[in-house]
Design a protein around this ligand. Structure first.
Ligand SMILES: [Zn+2]
Length: 341
């Protein structure tokens, strides 16, 4: 059995529609009162949106119910699904801890509560029942003030047992006027020994060359090979990996046809830039990681050899996978040692 690494999955978008529906039925049925039956809700929840903004709006629905009390419920089910249906050996889960704290509290009270959210996610994720190596990426957010984003970086530094990196999310078109501030936050993170990724070059509005040198991996980044292929040699030199999430670009209206990704893979492979294939929001899309792989093969975007290099790259670029190689090679060692006996 091949085991996989997932490097880009949002906690908010990781809840599959059926689990969310059941949660609402049990705990806040007012949130689903406008849907006559489950299939209507699933259709609403997973349908294609016109823009990234519209798509991100949906995250707020899930964020509002992912509280201190309910997080273990969602994380337990997330790990169960990832272990049983996705063959994940490694999972980096990302979210903005501030957005999991009660909205009616003051900013400083909410900042203080972020640490306990990280602890809850960390403790629940280390489940022996579904053994997946997990780590958290804390997302700074383009609509949150500097003080909150700085506190997120500080928290990542304090909670190294649970957190491997920081990210920047919240819609890539909103970075422009705060670019200096964001560069400063990334410099601060790197100087504190925290690893970095960031949602950039996802859409045509999110292309900020200034941020690239500060990122160890690039969240999406598909507009680089599509629109700015001249930047690829620099990415290769910096050993930066793109986290490509195929279904997202269709759901957000960023690409019209998934086959447009063929050029992304071809140009990156030619330039020696690694790609990890990820789901972004497996629940929201109702598409699990093995199906992302299969879709790329079905549409002839990549071949099996390329798929395997992307799967290798995911383990190589994983921020908290301690073994360097894929589990398959570890299992092969055990297998050949046993056969030599
Ligand atoms: Zn994302």
């Amino acid at each position: 059995m091949t085991l996989y690494a997932e490097l880009h999955r949002h906690l908010g978008g990781s809840v599959v529609p059926r689990i969310l529906w059941r949660y609402f039925q049990r705990n806040s049925s007012d949130k689903i009162s406008q849907f006559i039956e489950y299939t209507d809700f699933e259709e609403f929840y997973t349908r294609k949106r016109n823009t990234l903004d519209e798509y991100l709006e949906l995250h707020t629905l899930v964020e509002s119910v992912q509280t201190e009390d309910s997080l273990p419920y969602f994380i337990y089910r997330l790990l169960r699904g990832a272990y049983i249906f996705e063959n994940l050996a490694y999972l980096e889960l990302r979210y903005t801890p501030y957005l999991r704290t009660p909205e009616d509290l003051s900013q400083s009270q909410r900042i203080d509560l972020m640490a306990s959210i990280v602890d809850i996610v960390g403790k629940t994720s280390n489940s022996l029942k579904y053994p997946i190596v997990t780590s958290q990426i804390l997302c700074m957010h383009s609509r949150l003030p500097y003080e909150v984003n700085k506190a997120i970086v500080d928290l990542a530094a304090q909670k190294r047992e649970y957190v491997c990196a920081v990210d920047l999310a919240g819609g890539d078109r909103y970075y422009r006027e705060r670019l200096d501030e964001l560069v400063k936050l990334y410099e601060y993170a790197l100087s504190s020994g925290i690893k970095t990724t960031g949602h950039v070059y996802e859409t045509k509005d999110g292309c900020y060359q200034e941020l690239l040198p500060h990122l160890m991996r690039i969240g999406h980044g598909i507009q680089i090979p599509l629109l700015y292929p001249e930047l690829l040699p620099d990415l290769a030199k910096r050993n930066q990996c793109l986290e490509v999430c195929p279904t997202t670009y269709i759901k957000t209206g960023t690409l019209e046809d998934i086959r447009q990704l063929k050029l992304v893979f071809e140009r990156c492979f030619d330039a020696g830039v690694d790609i990890a294939i990820c789901t972004d929001n497996a629940g929201l899309h109702n598409v699990r990681l093995p199906f992302e792989y299969e879709n790329l093969l079905t549409y002839d975007i990549i071949n099996f050899e390329m798929l395997q290099s992307c799967q290798d790259a995911a383990f190589r670029h994983a921020f908290a996978w301690p073994y360097g190689e894929r589990p398959a090679s570890i299992l092969n060692d055990i297998y050949s040692r046993n056969n030599l006996k």
